[in-house]
Ligand binder design. Sequence first.
Ligand code: F6P
Length: 733
Amino acid sequence: MPLLLALGVFAYWAVPLADALMQRWFVRDLDVRSTSLASAVQEPLSSLVASGSTAKITAFLTRMTQDERLYAVGVCFDARAEPVATVNFPHEIKCAALDQYKAEDGYVLHSPHGPLHVAVRALDSESPPSQVVLVHDMSFVTRRNEETRRLFFYFFVALGLCIALITVIIAQLSWRGWVQGLRALLHGEGILRPSVESTAPELRPIARDLGDLIRDLERQYRPLDGSQRIWDQDALRATLRRELHGNDVIVVSNREPYLHVRTTNGIHLQHPASGLVTAIEPVMRACSGTWIAHGSGSADREVVDRHDRIAVPPDHPAYQVRRIWLSEEEEDGYYYGFANEGLWPLCHNAHVRPIFRSGDWEFYKSVNQKFADAVLVEAKTKDPVVLVQDYHFALLPRMIRERLPRATIITFWHIPWPNPEAFSICPWRTELLDGLLGSSILGFHTQFHCNNFLDTVDRLLEARVDRESFTISTRGHSTVVHRYPISIEWPPAALASVKRSVPDTRKAVRERLGLPPNHKLGVGIDRLDYTKGIIERFNAVCRLLETHPRWIGRFSFVQIAAPSRSAIADYRDYATRVTALASQINDRFPDARYPPIILVTEHHEAEAVYEYYRACDLCFVSSLHDGMNLVAKEFVASRDDEQGVLVLSQFAGASRELPEALVVNPYDADQCARALHVALTMDAAEQRERMRFMRGVVREFNVYRWAGRMLLDAAVMRQRDRFRLAEKTAASR
Ligand code: F6P
């Protein structure tokens, strides 16, 4: 198209130019012709003029005009008289004004007949002095001009087509070159092999960019631990089948994955707000088996079979939940008392004092025994794989070991492990340690907690602690202590049920909260627990508004706080303080059009939580102490738009894996306020870069990998145990 336009413009200027040029040539030709005609008729015409016979002159002139180009001829021998001429001699040409036709470059007369070339030549007659006027018809010039114009037109069209064709061919050839170059590049030539020299110079910049892009993608998708394995549900299932011969897995935890709750509308299914459940549930869906847990839903008893089992998930049953019933006293003593008023504050540096009551300890022991009995019932073989979860069951591994010595017991401690001094304040410290050392494998989120555990055993127990293999041996049995950072499933199931795009979700959530469309939004999702640093988080928001008043009325922080362990005074007190602080901060900024803090203290199902993750500009995890914190990972997983900023406490285990977050000390309100401001002003490119890195980590270090690595380690152990048993049997023969 541009080519045709250029040619059109060129033709527009060229054609009139050519016309003028041709005209000039023809005029010059006719001038020469007139001169030679005049000299040819010189003699006869001069004699006729001398004879004075007008009739003869006219007859002679008429004969001359038989030449088709010569239109008319006239002779002037008296300036005052009319010329003696042929009939069609133009009457505008007067003998008195012949000088005007003597222009050097010829004269063209535009007559009604058309353009006429007029030439005046002197005759050599003595007397009277005469001049002959030769008038040539120039209409043939116009005809030729038209013909030339037509030819020009065809010429330009042909030229345009030729140029276009040549351009297309050249473009094709060079495109092929490009494609070949790029193909070579994508095949690794030029990146893995030093073929850059052979790359066309014009390809080099794009080769560099593509190389960067490929390396970036490789980094994102390559397993970060070099294992060449990306863990997913199928990989986990296959590992279980191959390495553990399809043995059923038994999980034991206090919290169950599905609660049946009685409501006025009938029985309602609820998913608890629990990191443990978030992590283990997809593993169980992949592995099948049985999950033994406390049946704490108000309608739980109504839906189980006569063995207290129910197949879940309700829509696609994949495994069994075996519910254990606890009396109110048992729950008070074991769960609220020993586990949550004793061990929980003991293991978390949140400056809440642990309370240890002997009555609670008795319930802790008996409930652990109750669960151990259930494991025995559910085990189909003498060497089951039992996954014991968390601080509610410190005694359980030893209890199972005593009854099923060949069981593979993998215990995972989901909360931090304190240093020996802190742990030693527990009156039943040695019993707890001994209970845990019934495990085959004892897992923590971080190496720091593994180290703390080894130090604690070293300090408090008679046991052999091998710091090279991180193995503890006592009572003729060894426990391997290992770091397995827990994670979430990838992609998260809750994300699949999210119907709306991120922009639509942003809009919908802001509408629901009564906020304008471009209002900046921060989000926090937690159980109402004093370890989560919700008070510190609110203080940071307040500090942000004090130090950067531009955010007043333009930024709100939504805190979704699920009520938790409300039977405990410390938790009730904390909930009251959080609520009071939220309104205190909102009152402090009375001019803000929109409240700085929006506190919603109710349980939200995963889909609703994911909506908040996707609607916000930043997610703030400010735990004072946290084993891992899966909210941080869920937020990252939810942001498939690669936008949003994570502000993350340095005291959450997740900060070891996600250093691309804005890592803060939640006790430092000024630092947190600065981080919030940075998050709110971070450009999209930086958000994308940070989010991409974090998503790569969460994608690869997902919960299937977490479970898979533990099961693989367990498989190796079982194999070694078998060899050892065979050795013993052989030796005793
Ligand atoms: O962090 C320990 C933990 O068991 C988590 O796995 C979970 O998020 C939380 O405590 C659940 O608490 P509870 O079961 O007491 O509601």
